[in-house]
Ligand binder design. Structure first.
Ligand code: URA
Length: 202
């Protein structure tokens, strides 16, 4: 079994927070182990909880449509969530649930080692762009240690608020250019800062 599949198995048996008592299935994440782009949503909804797969309900349908705009299929990217189990009644995740679940996401990022991390919605954005507002930073990217972090609205937001649909499409269409940028980045820039400091013996 690959390290990623082993991690998925661990997540399926997680008992780190109360959500484990109410779930039908945990939703570890899925996609290509060597994905260049990783999408991180909020938490499983009802459909995801039933199937154990991320983004398989209406928001997932729209995410697939968005991926199609940049000629990608969901199997070519990796899709995960901040929270791996459905909060009852789709309530917002609690801070202690985000904290309990975070190590899973960190291990996923480590194993996938994506070039671009796309945050979908406020909860995912808050992990990587703390104190920022989605209305201000959607469609903007930040490069850290050779990885591009890119914030987008959650696809479900466009289903509730029709006017966001074109905005989220336009934001998705910027991704290929970001990917090209990260691929053309000199190797030295991709090294984590700590390694560069070490090279100078600091
Ligand atoms: N919304 C999410 O944030 N994640 C899912 O997996 C489904 C809907």
């Amino acid at each position: 079994m690959s390290a990623l599949n082993e991690l998925h198995e661990e997540i399926r048996h997680c008992q780190k927070c109360e959500l484990a008592r109410y779930r039908n299935r945990a939703v570890p994440g899925e996609g290509a182990e060597d994905a260049e782009i990783m999408f991180i949503g909020e938490a499983p909804g009802q459909h995801e909880d039933q199937q154990g797969r991320p983004f398989v309900g209406p928001a997932g349908k729209f995410l697939e449509e968005l991926l199609g705009l940049i000629n990608l299929k969901r199997q070519q990217v990796y899709i995960a969530n901040v929270i791996k189990c459905r909060p009852q009644g789709n309530r917002d995740p609690l801070l202690q649930e985000v904290i309990a679940c975070r190590p899973w996401l960190e291990r996923q990022i480590e194993l996938i080692s994506p070039q671009i991390i796309v945050t979908l919605g406020r909860y995912s954005m808050a992990l990587f762009f703390p104190q920022k507002s989605i209305g201000k930073i959607h469609g903007t990217a930040e490069k850290r240690d050779g990885v591009i972090y890119y914030a987008m609205y959650h696809p479900a937001a466009a289903l509730h608020q029709y006017s966001l649909k074109e905005t989220i499409k336009a934001d998705m269409l910027k991704i290929p250019q970001l990917l090209a940028q990260v691929k053309n980045m000199p190797e030295a820039e991709k090294e984590p800062e700590i390694k560069q400091l070490n090279m100078f013996g600091v």
